[in-house]
Design a protein. Structure first.
Length: 276
């Protein structure tokens, strides 16, 4: 699922390819993917150009040269972008295509049809309406302290709440807690000031690393818990069991369900009862 690092990559990709090109047409294969009526979308954007972007969590906002007209893209379960020339075949699953006047196109790829595109007039009002909080990368220690103070839910579930840390998904939450040495079932309002500081540091470390590595998990540092998921080739080589061990102390990784989500953690360095 595209999370904050992937969407940040799409933001850079769009800015590097699609800005300042008048939109000639928009083809929508399935209007259920739109949050704005197709006729309105076409009428509003035809002749307009993209001028810049902003990402908040998993949402990508694309600004135009038309006052009060911003395109919002959400990449759902498996969405992505593909910029290509009109002489090339339409990419597979590009169910929404923006045709630019210069002969290039932007395909919004929607393999599972959970992706969405629509117009918003005011980004801040949209975020408030949808209860989307501050982008995780922008959170300060003070922001986290305030956000967690009255939260009695466990910290893993709290981090997945987009009103707390926009852009944090399941594997990211596990990685943040592992790096900060916090048990995923500890109550959010019971975190110590030291743990909150460690959590904020972990947010910066994990997200900036993921963005730098373009979300290619195999290239993440060996000290990252994500290798326990074995999504890509393990940096540990052919030892098929190594990825099941904590990269810090070799303790077997435990896999439990927290708030209905599969959760990986080290029972030794993320002890529930231990002091920071």
């Amino acid at each position: 699922m595209p999370e904050l690092p992937e969407v940040e990559g799409y933001r850079h990709y769009l800015e590097a390819t699609c800005l300042h090109q008048p939109i000639e047409n928009i083809d929508v294969e399935d209007t259920k993917l739109l949050t704005t009526d197709y006729a309105t979308l076409l009428e509003t954007l035809r002749g307009a150009s993209f001028t810049g972007t902003r990402r908040v969590g998993k949402n990508l906002f694309v600004f135009t040269d038309q006052p009060g007209v911003t395109v919002r893209m959400h990449f759902g379960m498996s969405g992505s972008l593909e910029y290509y020339h009109s002489s090339i075949d339409r990419p597979r699953h590009a169910r929404i295509v923006f045709y630019f006047r210069g002969g290039f196109n932007l395909g919004f790829v929607c393999p599972r049809k959970f992706e969405r595109v629509g117009l918003v007039e005011d980004v801040e009002k949209f975020l408030k309406k949808k209860k989307i909080g501050k982008d995780a990368l922008e959170l300060t220690v003070e922001d986290l302290t305030v956000a967690l103070a009255n939260r009695k839910s466990v910290i893993k579930s709290t981090l997945l709440d987009q009103s707390v840390a926009a852009g944090v998904g399941n594997w990211i939450a596990d990685e943040l807690l592992f790096q900060a040495k916090i048990h995923p079932e500890k109550r959010a309002n019971e975190l110590t000031p030291e743990e909150i500081t460690a959590l904020r540091d972990a947010i910066q470390l994990v997200l900036l690393t993921a963005i730098e590595k373009e979300a290619h998990y195999a290239y993440f540092p060996e000290s990252f818990l994500i290798h326990s998921r074995a999504w890509d080739a393990s940096p540990y080589g052919d030892d098929t069991e190594q990825h099941l061990l904590c990269p810090r102390d070799g303790t077997p990784i435990e896999i439990i369900r927290v708030g209905g989500r599969t959760t990986y953690f080290c029972p030794e360095c993320q002890k529930l009862s231990s002091e920071f």
